[in-house]
Design a protein around this ligand. Structure first.
Ligand SMILES: [Ca+2]
Ligand SMILES: [Ca+2]
Length: 540
């Protein structure tokens, strides 16, 4: 297997022989890809300000070759030229007082998911110039909630109006906003065109907001899922609240918190098989599971989640019947989880955490003998009993595991055949990486809470550019020391990495995977603001 490695220096060869045991274990080789423009401060005060760049998504248009789109929660949506490695600001969402961007009430100071939280290109972007974003606003901030184009005159806002926020029971703090953008010339690297607010949702707190969004990459023109948008809304931290007025929000079908939603953003798409939403801005497919349930939000596709902040589609090129939507959801005190998302299914939170019972005091225990959850639409549960659906991946809050699952992908790229059919994912806090065989995940989706996919630890091989030239590549147990070294090399002054960590008190590695249009993997961290490419897999 070692002959797949690039030519090594003498020092590396010596190192390799002493580390050959480590390399016999699954190892991903990384190469630094690009350094994000710094939007944080090396001597920042709050935990968000300390992050050198809150890089949050990397997307590439279908058929794209020369550029990728990269978003930073602090406001910028960039286009990166893949050849020159130059960033151009495509749109800037941060229009806080004195800032040049679009949204006056964008909130970025506190809360991991606050700011420009979600971004996804329409599958037909290259032709129609459409893309979708989610961002978080604090209604208490000064200024209008209408977009300000005074510094972006090519954004035409003449017809723009906001929508009534979809109601959420209980005390409220922020609002999540979904916007459709239409660039009249998608071939250049500047934005010129229009925007439409599609949806606005009330959120109980600044935690677990409206966030990730995705189109089914396997859907083609004419398919029922073509240009149908899946998006997730976290529970606004309602489910862990001791306030009984909001604790059931992830279970209640009359609000959007703790849900995965499915809508048709374009009013002209699937007209015969859908109805126009309450606010008139998008369509709801007729086959959504709760369109006929009185009092239920028709946008809901699945529910009972805490913070399903990363969605991805697992695509099996050999058998499309195996294609699944996967949600990675951050746990409360005990379990990190990945779920296969099924239409209409109840994923249990806040009555379950992982494959255990979650009690009102937020500790977990064994499942009840009769494992049922009542259907609840409004204030009180109904008499209808449902069986909750359990995770296919689960790991515990432990320094060897983590306490905050990041994103994951089933690899379908060309560059690293050894990774095909494997689901690789991160923990945000510890920076640890694992893989599961996708077939094991499908097998664990069996209705049995006790069966989950086997997890395999993944190590990392990386050449620290700040080491002496002959130091060579080293093997790392996790991304944590890699990010830590790069954070300090970029001038970060915090002795520990920014972000909360209740496990080892060293901060957060804050590492996520993303994929380009070819399915090739990238790892990026908010801590050091660096994107790295996965270039090789050894020992898989
Ligand atoms: Ca353009
Ligand atoms: Ca199972």
């Amino acid at each position: 297997m070692f002959n797949r490695l690039p030519a090594a220096s003498l020092a590396f060869a010596v190192y390799l022989s002493s580390a050959s045991a480590a390399l016999a274990q699954p190892t991903l080789e990384l190469r630094d890809y690009v350094v994000m423009p710094m939007t944080g401060l090396v001597d920042g005060k709050g935990s968000n300000e300390l992050l050198l760049s809150r890089v949050n998504t990397l997307r590439e248009e279908v058929g794209g070759a020369r550029r990728v789109f990269i978003s930073d929660l602090n406001g910028p949506l960039y286009i990166l030229d893949k050849e020159s490695k130059k960033f151009l600001v495509y749109l800037n969402f941060n229009g806080n007082e004195g800032k040049a961007g679009i949204f006056r009430k964008l909130t970025i100071q506190q809360g991991y998911g606050n700011g420009l939280n979600g971004f996804y290109l329409d599958p037909d972007y290259t032709r129609n110039g459409k893309f979708y974003t989610t961002h978080i606003e604090d209604p208490a901030m000064p200024g209008s909630n209408l977009p300000d184009n005074s510094r972006v005159p090519t954004l035409n806002v003449s017809g723009y109006t906001t929508t009534a926020a979809i109601k959420t029971p209980g005390p409220l703090q922020n609002e999540g906003v979904l916007v459709e953008w239409t660039d009249s010339n998608p071939s250049n690297s500047t934005f010129e065109g229009t925007a439409r607010e599609l949806l606005r949702v009330q959120l109980n707190t600044r935690s677990h907001p409206l966030g990730d969004l995705i189109f089914n990459p396997a859907a083609r023109r004419g398919d029922p899922d073509w240009r149908v948008l899946y998006l997730e809304c976290g529970d606004g931290a309602s489910g862990e609240s001791t306030n009984v007025a909001i604790r059931p929000n992830p279970q209640r079908l009359d609000n959007l918190e703790g849900k995965i939603l499915r809508i048709i953003p374009d009013l002209n798409e699937h007209v015969a098989s859908s109805t126009v939403s309450e606010n008139g801005r998008y369509r709801i497919p007729n086959d959504n599971p709760f369109v006929a349930t009185p009092g239920a939000r028709k946008e809901i596709w699945a529910y009972g989640f805490r913070n399903p902040h990363r969605l991805n589609w697992a695509v099996d090129p050999a058998n499309p019947a195996n294609n699944r939507l996967i949600a990675n959801s951050v746990g409360l005190r005990t379990w990190e989880t990945a779920y296969i998302v099924h239409k209409g299914a109840n994923y249990g939170y806040a009555l379950r955490e992982g494959n255990e019972l979650l009690k009102p005091d937020n500790t977990t225990g064994p499942l009840p003998a009769v494992d049922k959850i009542p259907l609840q639409v409004g204030d009180t549960p109904t008499g209808t009993l449902l069986t909750p659906i359990y995770p296919v991946i689960q790991y515990g809050h432990d320094p060897k595991g983590g306490d905050s699952i990041g994103s994951g992908f089933v690899y379908n790229g060309k560059m690293i055949p050894a990774l095909r059919g494997k689901y690789v994912f991160t923990d945000l806090t510890t920076g640890r990486i694992w893989y599961a065989d996708y077939k094991d995940m499908l097998a664990a989706d069996d209705g049995k809470p006790g069966t989950t996919a086997a997890l395999h630890e993944v190590r990392l091989l990386w050449n620290d550019p700040h080491d002496s030239p002959d130091a060579g590549k080293k093997v790392y147990d996790s991304m944590f020391p890699i990010v830590e070294a790069a954070y300090h090399a970029r001038g970060g002054k915090s002795p520990k990495l920014p972000g909360r960590d209740d496990l080892v008190m060293k901060g957060r590695a804050d590492v996520r995977f993303s994929i380009d249009a070819n399915g090739e993997l990238f790892l990026y961290s908010k801590g050091d603001g660096i994107i790295r490419a996965v270039v090789e897999a050894i020992g898989f």
